[in-house]
Design a protein around this ligand. Structure first.
Ligand code: NAI
Length: 349
């Protein structure tokens, strides 16, 4: 793709580096995007997805890497934002070892400026294979391990922060929560919420996942994925892919709080404003799901990985959400804009 087309993409936002790569032998095709290394090397997961076109993949990688820059700032870690998307040749999630090895060799070329790990479509096993080829892999079993439970934990604390802001009480007991997407993060969030007495309405396109939820939890019912905005409830937690909050949904959804782990939940900044004007508390996605990042970058710290520190930083997200929501109320500005402002300010300094 021509440089001028990349720069014209509305998501470009002065990325430091955007690199397309492919490998004829294995069918590997992907894009690495580095938004900023101003505060430190870029970090961000690798997403494996059957994009319909290079343009669609480019837009996704640019949005995701910029939100990694923002996420690092809000999570209080000194790294920059980056991301890689692999354009899956089919819906099949199993990847040939040679395919992963070819990707590992590409990553090695960026080993000082980009650290990557698991995201949608990548398994722990894939990460282990990559970790044998190149040093810039984070989240291998021997080190920080799977970031998903930590992303679920920080989302749980973010929900508590939103509850505290609204009701002065963090408890999820008796609260009705819709969880869309019962993958690695959504299922763990469901467990944490249910353990505290929340009533679950869950959905997933994969029936095995909803069956597992019915078996594992009490007070749980299954709804169709498209029905998430048709039920009145306390909390909607988007935990599938992004862009659940369209203009139509933002104007219609009847919930008190939207707080989930999925990246890029809002189709555009406009939806954050619509939700705010309607009195729906939206917790910016990259604030809520920061636990995954906090966990994986902990292995890069000088003192080595420390689980207690990771836990504390995830807990801190509860207070951070309260601070953002209070500022939002005081300044009559959407929380999504407040969080973006904090991040932009830090990047400009
Ligand atoms: P996953 O791939 O394990 O789970 C996604 C789940 O969503 C799957 O069960 C899938 O069947 C379901 N799904 C897909 N489309 C759906 C639809 N239209 N309606 C209902 N369900 C649907 O992914 P994971 O790791 O749980 O991540 C979930 C979200 O959280 C993603 O947006 C990811 O970017 C974000 N995230 C993940 C982190 C991690 O550490 N895994 C960290 C931070 C964010």
């Amino acid at each position: 793709m021509e440089q001028s087309l990349i720069k014209k993409n509305p998501q470009f936002d002065n990325h430091e580096l955007v690199s397309f790569f492919f490998d004829k032998e294995t069918g590997l095709r992907g894009i690495i995007a580095i938004h900023s290394t101003k505060l430190g090397p870029a970090v961000g997961g690798t997403r494996y997805f059957p994009y319909n076109s290079d343009e669609e993949a480019l837009e996704d990688v640019l949005r995701l890497s910029r939100s990694m820059s923002y996420k690092c700032i809000l999570a209080g870690v000194k790294y920059g934002g980056g991301k890689c998307v692999l354009i899956a040749p089919s819906q099949n999630k199993i990847k040939a070892k040679e395919y992963l090895e070819a990707y590992g060799r590409i990553l090695k070329e960026y080993s000082t400026k980009f650290f990557t790990g698991e995201d949608v479509g990548m398994s722990q096993n894939d990460i282990e294979i990559l970790g044998k080829i190149t040093p810039n892999i984070i989240g291998t079993k021997a080190k920080a391990g799977d970031p998903s439970p930590w992303a679920a934990l920080s989302t749980y604390y973010a929900i508590r922060g939103a509850l505290k802001f609204l009701y002065g009480d963090t408890s999820l007991k008796g609260k009705k929560i819709i969880i869309k997407g019962l993958g690695k993060v959504g299922m763990e969030l469901a467990r944490l919420a249910n353990e505290e007495g929340a009533i679950l309405l869950v959905s997933d396109v994969d029936k095995k996942r909803t069956d597992q939820a019915l078996k594992s939890f009490k007070n749980v019912s299954v709804i169709a994925p498209s029905e998430f905005s048709s039920h009145e409830c306390d909390i909607f937690a988007p935990c599938a892919l992004g862009k659940d909050i369209t203009d139509y949904i933002a104007q219609k959804i009847e919930v008190k709080i939207i707080c989930g782990a999925a990246n890029n939940q809002l189709v555009s900044e406009k939806e954050g404003v619509t939700l705010f004007k309607r009195g729906v508390v939206y917790v910016p996605d990259y604030v809520a799901n920061g636990g995954g990042l906090i966990n994986v970058v902990a292995e890069l710290s000088n003192g080595g990985y420390n689980k207690e520190n990771v836990l504390q930083k995830c807990k801190n997200i509860e207070d951070e959400v309260v601070t953002i929501l209070k500022e939002s109320k005081e300044t009559d500005t959407a929380p999504s804009e407040i969080a973006d402002r904090i991040a932009k300010r830090a990047l400009e300094q």
